[in-house]
Design a binder for this molecule. Structure first.
Ligand code: KDG
Length: 363
């Protein structure tokens, strides 16, 4: 099934490339062989990943967009779809350049660059940005969303819109929520079925106070770190584990340095697709409409691919030698109870009214 999915992803990417008609090369064969680990390149080698992309027209408006995961992830495929639609519908008046694997910096740096106008767009997890908007922390509350459907309802509705707007005073406009997904725990030490099994494990978390507090409450020894440093830290055993959705665990080849995955499904993380507000406000209404339609179509494709991979790649992880542990409802409940105190601990900081509103909307 995964091979079919991969074929679908490649076909989508090829169609994206051909339809643009501006010589965007299909994902370069070399790229496709690239070891994702090596994709986490330093900024000096940052190059837009369609090596044979046609030179942009003299007066094309260049829009660079950055993401921290590699070019096999649905987030990248979704951004390429966005690129195809915008360039086609504006007759090439915009030159969208998609950069993966944190080539332009990790989430916080890239987002700061978008704020300052040094970069046009970023597709970033919400969790590292809570220093810019405390309301974003609501998405980090453990076990908040029970399903993708509930997540979509909240994110694509008035609550998601209201939370996205809290970034506008930071010169950022959120165009849509892509899906990072439900996060699962991996480690290199032992199979994890209960919070007791987590005791003392050095777990990398995103740079986010709720993630740190939740894993401390569960019994781990959490350490915050940018995504681009995680693989090396696991390889050098400076951390024992990390937590990310299945597509990321597989596509970043974490199975090469991790032996166990526990399907904790402890947090649903959205991606924000952010654009510099000054730039956005310089667009005509017609172009803004093209961007919004394009990002929504790209979002739907990205979520569909991410969900398909989320179910298909569990067995692929087993095929790569990982022990993947399904947790019973009782076992999940034990994790839920351990980290429940973070709700009270952070409610006032997030805004009690917003927390209650989101909880109500998840019913
Ligand atoms: O840009 C997205 C990645 O950098 C990162 O946010 C992915 O979930 C992620 C993590 O664990 O940092």
């Amino acid at each position: 099934m995964f091979k079919k999915l991969l074929m679908l992803a490649i076909v989508v990417l090829l169609v994206v490339t051909v339809m643009v008609g501006c010589g965007l090369g299909a994902m370069d064969a070399e790229d496709a062989q690239d070891d994702p680990k090596e994709d986490v390149a330093d900024n000096d080698n940052a190059t837009e990943t369609d090596d044979d992309k046609k030179e942009p027209a003299e007066d094309a408006i260049v829009i660079k967009i950055s993401n921290g995961i590699n070019d096999k992830h649905p987030a990248y495929i979704g951004q390429k779809k966005f690129e195809e639609i915008v360039e086609e519908q504006t007759d090439g008046r915009y030159d969208i350049q998609v950069y993966h694997s944190a080539q332009l910096g990790d989430d916080i740096k890239a987002t700061q660059d978008v704020r300052m106008g040094n970069l046009e767009m970023v597709c970033t997890s919400s969790s590292p940005l809570t220093g810019m908007s405390k309301e974003l922390m609501v998405f980090d509350l453990p076990f908040l969303f029970a399903s993708e459907e509930i997540a979509d309802k909240v994110l694509d509705g008035p609550i998601g819109d209201k939370i996205g707007k809290t970034l506008e005073d930071k010169n950022l406009v959120n165009l849509a929520y892509f899906e990072n997904g439900f996060r699962q725990l991996t480690n290199s030490k032992r199979e994890v079925k209960t919070p007791d099994d987590v005791k003392g494990l050095k777990i990398r978390t995103m740079e986010n106070p709720i993630h740190l507090a939740a894993w401390k409450a569960i019994g781990a020894n959490p350490t915050p770190m940018p995504f681009s440093e995680v693989f090396t830290a696991m390889q050098q055993e400076t951390i024992d584990g990390q937590e990310n959705p299945i597509p990321t665990i597989y596509l970043q080849k974490f199975y090469e340095v991790q032996d166990y995955t526990s399907l904790t499904k402890h947090v649903y993380t959205p991606f924000l697709v952010l654009i510099n507000k000054d730039l956005w406000e310089s667009f005509s209404e017609e172009d803004q409409e093209i961007f919004i339609n394009a990002v929504n179509e790209a979002r739907d494709l990205e979520r569909e691919l991410n969900r398909q991979m989320n179910s298909d790649l569990v067995d692929e992880l087993r095929n790569e030698g990982m022990t993947v542990t399904e947790l019973s409802a009782e076992q999940i409940k034990a994790f839920q109870e351990k980290c429940a105190p973070v709700y009270d601990k952070f409610a006032d900081q997030i805004g009690k009214e917003l927390v209650d509103e989101v909880l109500e909307a998840t019913k």
